[in-house]
Design a protein around this ligand. Structure first.
Ligand code: SF4
Length: 219
């Protein structure tokens, strides 16, 4: 175990060398305020993983630019911030074996959330909060394997909402999010907002989710 690992594992006899040495593809780790969904406004540390198994048209994440990082270094980076809440995002975080990170962070009292496209089943007990954002409005052939969780968050592009009938009961919160692309005009984004707002008003129990972090100009 190196010096950093010794320092971080002080008082945590459950840490294993294998967990600390597990390598992950990491785009970035940053501290910010969650901008959308139930936890909007709450500061979190975001761990953005590289790679994704989909290629959505509106994707604004460069998930192909990443570095290899050991779990011990991820731990060290996250522990620089005061927040005890982590969001695992991507790319698609569930392409990774997240149990080593689970063990390292849960033993230190962190709350683990994820934002996933739902195409990979999430093992029971791995996470405290599951947000699934299916992309089947664009990829009807892609099967959603994670069919339960805390938040179902769908980007609305005019699709038939019956698409989600089989998923609604598995989730506690249901969000429709206007498609927002920052390179598009204010009018283009405004039209999407108006369309989504109108559908939410007509179609309970959907709620409007806004990407307020984009409006605030933060990550
Ligand atoms: S699933 Fe998410 S990360 Fe992957 S391409 Fe689509 S929007 Fe981007």
């Amino acid at each position: 175990m190196n010096d950093t690992a010794c320092e971080l594992s002080g008082g945590h006899p459950v840490d294993s060398a294998s967990d600390l040495g597990t390598m992950y593809k990491i785009v970035e780790i940053f501290h910010s305020v969650q901008g959308e969904g139930v936890h909007a406004g709450i500061p979190h540390v975001f761990i953005r993983f590289g790679k994704c198994n989909l290629q959505c048209e509106w994707c604004d994440t460069d998930f192909e630019t990443f570095g290899e990082m050991a779990a011990v270094d991820i731990l060290g980076e996250v522990m620089k911030y005061p927040s005890k809440r982590i969001i695992l995002t991507g790319g698609e975080p569930m392409l990774n074996d997240l149990w080593p990170l689970h063990r390292l962070f849960k033993s230190r009292g962190y709350q683990l959330s994820c934002e996933s496209n739902g195409t990979i089943e999430i093992p029971d007990g791995l996470l405290d909060w599951i947000c699934i954002s299916p992309k089947d409005q664009m990829y009807p052939q892609v099967k959603i394997r994670q069919r339960s969780g805390d938040e179902l968050k769908c980007v609305y592009v005019g699709q038939d909402l019956q698409l989600y009938d089989g998923l609604m009961d598995g989730f506690s919160h249901h969000f429709l999010q206007p498609c927002y692309i920052d390179t598009e005009s204010v009018e283009w984004n405004g039209k999407n907002f108006a369309m989504t707002e109108s559908v939410v008003k007509q179609t309970p129990p959907w709620r409007l989710s806004l990407q307020t972090h984009k409006w605030m100009g933060v990550d």
